[in-house]
Design a protein around this ligand. Sequence first.
Ligand SMILES: Cc1cc2nc3c(=O)[nH]c(=O)nc-3n(C[C@H](O)[C@H](O)[C@H](O)COP(=O)(O)OP(=O)(O)OC[C@H]3O[C@@H](n4cnc5c(N)ncnc54)[C@H](O)[C@@H]3O)c2cc1C
Ligand SMILES: NC(=O)c1ccc[n+]([C@@H]2O[C@H](COP(=O)([O-])OP(=O)(O)OC[C@H]3O[C@@H](n4cnc5c(N)ncnc54)[C@H](O)[C@@H]3O)[C@@H](O)[C@H]2O)c1
Length: 458
Amino acid sequence: MPSFDAIIIGTGQAGSPLAGRLTAAGMKVAIIERNLFGGTCVNTGCTPTKTLVASAYAAHLARRAADYGVVLDGPVKIDMKKVKARADAVSGASRDGIGNWLGGMENCTVFRGHARFLDAKRVQVGDEVLTAGKIFINVGGRAILPEIPGLADVPHLTNSTILDLDAVPEHLLILGGSYIGLEFAQIYRRFGAKVTVFEPGPHLIRREDEDISQAVSDILTAEGIDIVVSAVNLAVAKAANGGIAVSHDGSNGLKTVTGSHLLVATGRRPNTDDLDADKAGIALDAHGTIIVDDALKTNVDGIWALGDCNGKGAFTHTAYNDFEIVAANLLDNDPRRVSDRIPVYALYIDPPLGRVGLTETEAKKTGKNILVSTRPMTRVSRAIEKGETQGFMKVVADADSGEILGAALLGTGCDEAVHSLIDVMYAKRPFEQVRRGVHIHPTVSELLPTLLAEFRPA
Ligand SMILES: Cc1cc2nc3c(=O)[nH]c(=O)nc-3n(C[C@H](O)[C@H](O)[C@H](O)COP(=O)(O)OP(=O)(O)OC[C@H]3O[C@@H](n4cnc5c(N)ncnc54)[C@H](O)[C@@H]3O)c2cc1C
Ligand SMILES: NC(=O)c1ccc[n+]([C@@H]2O[C@H](COP(=O)([O-])OP(=O)(O)OC[C@H]3O[C@@H](n4cnc5c(N)ncnc54)[C@H](O)[C@@H]3O)[C@@H](O)[C@H]2O)c1
């Protein structure tokens, strides 16, 4: 039975860099991957979607060329085969890079196949049984297929299979109005599809403040995307014309919308159902999430869980930070913790939403004296110059401590601009620090000191 110092299950955003650190520290490591090197982000998540977002932006800008005095003769056409080939190439290069890196890594043995626990020290992959004193689980997650009547009987796409399309759907129906649903909605609308989004909640991206959600909805609606919120009693069926019919109860009674393709974007679940985690005695919650402590240890000594499967984050940067936390504790005598982390993320519609910390609604619930400041992107020079003035920026702070509690920046360049607020929050400095700083003109970031100078009680 091959014996190792450490076994890593999954080559996602935490597993691969961890293999690098552990082997560099002299450990003998086995890493197991059942599918594609790099996991979700590289193959079916961030990388291909942001590549598609870039193609969609190019199409959008080409359609608006005349606004900038640029003459393009004839209508904008999408070569979906080329769009797909570009996304595949970018993903493929990243996947190959990780595969080659792991394959050539000294002291690292790569096993291809599905891993299952036999007990707390042994993992089976194919016919092999591997043993190690330390086991790191980085198995990620996959799309949830909700129990909607008729779903099993109609062809439907997930974030993975939609990437196989090499033609633009005539009418894309999307279940779920959050990250995945909205990014694909705008991508395919800009490629020329008709798009309808069905969201059961009262507003899109339900974790966000309503004013942010409304602004996102306005941006998407202005591009011709149909958005149905409060869509309850959703059901799907084959339509008489060969397409797919989504019916829902709305404020005006039962309605049916027929389209050519259906994307299910209703959340994700951890890949723990086929891991035999119970044989190792690893505790999971009701959703299959692996329960971990603040240093990402499971309830079983010598077993850690990193990335989406531990429910502490659902982003590439949180998975990578999980790697940093585990490596720091194990190798650097540095007690880093998940609770050191400030929630940050972006929604990659165009213009993007950059987020950090609390929403205004959440901030008000803390009972603190809340300050809020907003500024429309129509009052940001750089946005005006770029001809991209949709959205607005909002920051909330604690009036007594001067601490920035959160920000939602929706506008051109805001996925980058938000980082100056993130950095000052990590530095635990008051907002006055940013307010007094001089930023470069003309940038979106240049308006952050002004935004912070205009705080008013919430
Ligand atoms: C469409 C989409 C877009 C996204 N966009 C963004 C974005 O813009 N920014 C962002 O921060 N995040 C984004 N995310 C989220 C991000 O992709 C994930 O949070 C991140 O990839 C999680 O990484 P991970 O390391 O937890 O697992 P994963 O990357 O999912 O890796 C897990 C790996 O484990 C393997 N595996 C699973 N079970 C086993 C087993 N039993 N044996 C062996 N191998 C196994 C899998 O094959 C996989 O390769 C997006 C996600 C999706 C779906
Ligand atoms: N930009 C990014 O960082 C990015 C992009 C894409 C995905 N992701 C990650 O992927 C995860 C999954 O994204 P997601 O958008 O699938 O999930 P989500 O959990 O963010 O949202 C799911 C949405 O589906 C809706 N929903 C639930 N059940 C439904 C049903 N039966 N019919 C219709 N709608 C239903 C919910 O109300 C919710 O709005 C996110 O948590 C995020 O971490 C991140």
